[in-house]
Design a protein around this ligand. Structure first.
Ligand code: BDR
Ligand code: CA
Length: 309
């Protein structure tokens, strides 16, 4: 079967970095675009270049939006560390970005690459810019998947997940114009927790990619223990890659979804209308369940396979 051609829009980020590593193994990655999010755009772009280098990925990397549409930039350094990669040291970066026009690259790639799978695992600023530049963007893609939102609850506020909360106006543009698409939200990513056992498997393999992933996981697991009281860390963004390459590991349902922009306590919430009678001409496929054990295994095996061939 032909490998999926994927473009990954990301804000590395510990879990973005692991998503990049597994996408390098599981897909034909056609490019990486970066966005302000977990940390500022300089760090997310530097981190994408560093991860691609370790993964020996020869793909174009384009820098994107440095700030959200309306919000002041708000980061998640309390989860990912000041640089976005925890305390992990990456090699000196030798590559450089191709351009500062991530949205232009997304538009051009969708036009020139058949059946492109666009996967966005950061705030949706670049995607909103891209669909504003080309209103036919969604129709040109094979598929579109985001890590963001939740049918129930949040991780940044009581109601809101980080990627949507960081740039709700951009998310609103995307939810209005890019359906149908798959929403990989906290409902499933909180089911896929990697812990010390997975870290040890990665460390034992001792490849450059597996050692990097083990270090990333070490930091993520420690922070998850402190912040969530859990023994493992959700590797949210890797789930979005898997939802494309291994859709049978997930189950979901289609719903109307709106992004809350004005609620005093609910800004950035993805309001999923799960009433049976709810109708929409722009359905969002909201993932609800994951085969956690199988998903965790694919993530670990993909990291181990990278660089061992
Ligand atoms: C999302 O927010 C970021 O901190 C992670 O990288 C992930 O994309 C989870 O809410
Ligand atoms: Ca991310």
């Amino acid at each position: 079967m032909a490998r999926v051609r994927m473009l990954l829009d990301c804000d590395p980020g510990l879990d973005d970095a692991i998503a990049l590593l597994i996408a390098a193994h599981l897909t034909d990655l056609v490019g990486i675009t970066t966005v302000n999010g977990n940390v500022g755009i300089d760090h997310t772009t530097h981190n994408a270049l560093a991860i691609a280098q370790v993964a020996q990925l020869d793909v174009p990397i384009h820098r994107g939006a440095a700030r959200p549409y309306v919000n002041e930039p708000i980061d998640a350094a309390y989860v990912h560390g000041a640089t976005g990669l925890g305390s992990v040291e990456v090699p000196d970066v030798t590559g450089t970005v191709v351009s500062d026009d991530a949205a232009g690259f997304i538009v051009e790639s969708a036009r020139s690459i058949a059946d492109l799978e666009l996967v966005a695992v950061g705030p949706l600023t670049n995607i909103a810019d891209a669909v504003t530049a080309d209103p036919d963007l969604r129709g040109r893609l094979g598929g579109f998947t985001i890590m963001g939102g939740a049918a129930v609850g949040g991780n940044t506020t009581a109601t809101s997940e980080f990627n949507i909360w960081a740039d709700p106006e951009a998310a609103d543009v995307v939810f209005r114009t890019m359906a149908p698409f798959t929403m990989v939200g906290l409902d499933v990513t909180h089911q896929v927790l990697l812990g010390p056992a997975e870290r040890d498997r990665m460390r034992a393999a001792a490849t450059p990619a597996s050692l990097l992933a083990a270090d990333l996981l070490d930091y993520a697991v420690a922070r998850a223990g402190e912040l969530r009281g859990s023994a493992g860390a959700p590797i949210h963004d890797a789930c979005a890659v898997l939802a494309v390459t291994h859709p049978h590991l997930f189950a979901g349902t289609d719903h109307p979804v709106e992004v809350e922009l004005t609620g005093t306590h609910t800004r950035g919430m993805t309001v999923v209308d799960a009433r049976p009678m709810a109708e929409t001409d722009r359905p969002i496929h909201v993932l609800r369940d994951a085969d956690s054990a199988a998903a965790i295994d694919v993530i670990v095996e993909s990291v181990l396979a990278l660089g061992s061939s």
